[in-house]
Design a protein around this ligand. Structure first.
Ligand code: G3I
Length: 355
């Protein structure tokens, strides 16, 4: 072969080798900035999730983050599954608000936490205005759970069956449920939930102020123990984790509270994590907030059986905080202009230590 032909052959070969070949495996793309759910899963959690409110569904920038599976592997409707929206008139069910969050969640491959069958807030007037007899109200309760549980049969990893039934001193909160049905309303709700939800759905009791070992969290633990002893179905306790910078429980306190439920054999989740700031916010407060967020998530990761963390929305403008606590706000991981705050990076850095 002539020298010229050899060099032509070699250059053709080198072009062929350097050209992308359909038979050569593509180099694996390594995502340098995995989202919180990706990192949480690597750290052993089932999910890192967020609550989503219906008032913000027309904001495309918000939605692109809310249903980004890399950031949030789980979603909870903040309002859309509550009684006043689901059964606004007796026996007339409307799932549109809940569906507007659960359906895109399912399409995005996000798990669902469903919230909530029975609460003392956000009840429709037809329910609160009437003086029910006990048998009547039990029937109303069963019918509500039956319909809603069946509608969301495949959408819920967990249901918050009963929400906020205890006072801070560990006594039961006075509500229409307690006053009319008596304390058995809680176990009735769990029995109805077991009867009508998918057998795979975890049934949770959910409350705030139980992230330390205190009168309230001990009362919840006593209830769980009592239920388990008597075969009342309960699978988990949701620690809402609505915290305030400067007054939040420490890593050790949250860990101890989670442990008191795990010891009984039920799982735990942080279901509504946020950390409100006294306004105006400051650099120092943001740093303190970041530590509280990271320590809380770490307490879940390190626990024997804390399955996941849900933030009670990720974007400041839709947080429930300013309306309920005037003078407080900035409680979320993303600020109003959609930038991630130090708290986001603190959680992310903490979770990376487990990868
Ligand atoms: O119904 C009106 C609607 O017609 C209107 O368009 C909208 C505009 O602002 O307001 C609507 O009502 C608001 C509703 O949320 C739906 O967005 C209420 O004013 C508002 O008070 C209500 O607040 C919710 C709150 O529960 C009610 O107590 C928050 O969004 C929701 O995040 C909050 O969630 C609770 C959990 O369920 C249980 N744990 C505590 C947590 C924080 O309070």
């Amino acid at each position: 072969m002539k020298l010229q032909s050899v060099s032509l052959l070699l250059s053709t070969l080198s072009i062929a080798l350097s050209a992308p070949s359909p038979y050569r495996p593509k180099p694996k793309l390594v995502n340098k900035y995995p989202g919180l759910d990706v990192l949480a899963k690597r750290a052993g959690l089932l999910y890192f999730g967020t609550a989503i409110d219906n008032v913000v569904l027309n904001n495309s920038q918000y939605i692109s983050i809310a249903h980004n599976k890399s950031e949030f592997g789980q979603v909870t409707p903040s309002n859309g599954q509550k009684w006043m929206y689901i059964e606004p008139q007796q026996g007339k069910f409307n799932y549109s608000m809940g569906d507007a969050i659960t359906k895109p969640g399912r399409e995005a491959g996000q798990m669902g936490r469903c919230h909530t069958f029975i609460w003392h807030n956000q009840l429709p007037e037809w329910l609160t205005a009437k003086n029910w007899t006990k048998p009547e109200l039990v029937k109303v309760l069963e019918n509500h759970i039956r319909h809603e549980a069946r509608h969301y049969y495949d959408s819920c990893y967990a249901w918050d069956v009963v929400n906020e039934a205890f006072n801070d001193d560990g006594t039961l909160r006075e509500t229409m449920w307690l006053n009319t049905i008596g304390k058995s309303y809680i176990e009735l709700a769990f029995k109805f939930a077991r009867k009508y939800t998918s057998p795979r759905t975890r049934l949770y009791y959910n409350d705030y102020g139980i992230e330390r070992v205190n009168n309230k969290s001990i009362a919840v633990a006593e209830m769980v123990k009592y239920f388990l002893k008597r075969g009342v179905p309960i699978d988990g306790v949701g620690l809402q984790a609505h915290f305030t910078t400067g007054r939040s429980p420490s890593y050790n306190e949250t860990s101890a509270s989670i442990a008191q439920y795990n010891k009984l054999g039920v799982e735990v989740a942080l279901t509504e994590l946020d950390v409100r700031q006294a306004l105006p916010d400051s650099h120092e407060q943001q740093q303190a907030q970041a530590k509280i967020y990271a320590d809380s998530v770490k307490a879940c990761v390190d626990a024997k059986d804390c399955v996941g963390v849900t933030v009670w929305d990720f974007w400041d403008p839709v947080s429930w905080v300013p309306e309920t606590f005037p003078g407080y706000g900035d409680a979320c991981l993303w600020s109003a202009n959609f930038t991630k705050k130090p708290a986001y990076y603190a959680i992310s850095d903490m979770l990376r230590e487990y990868s």
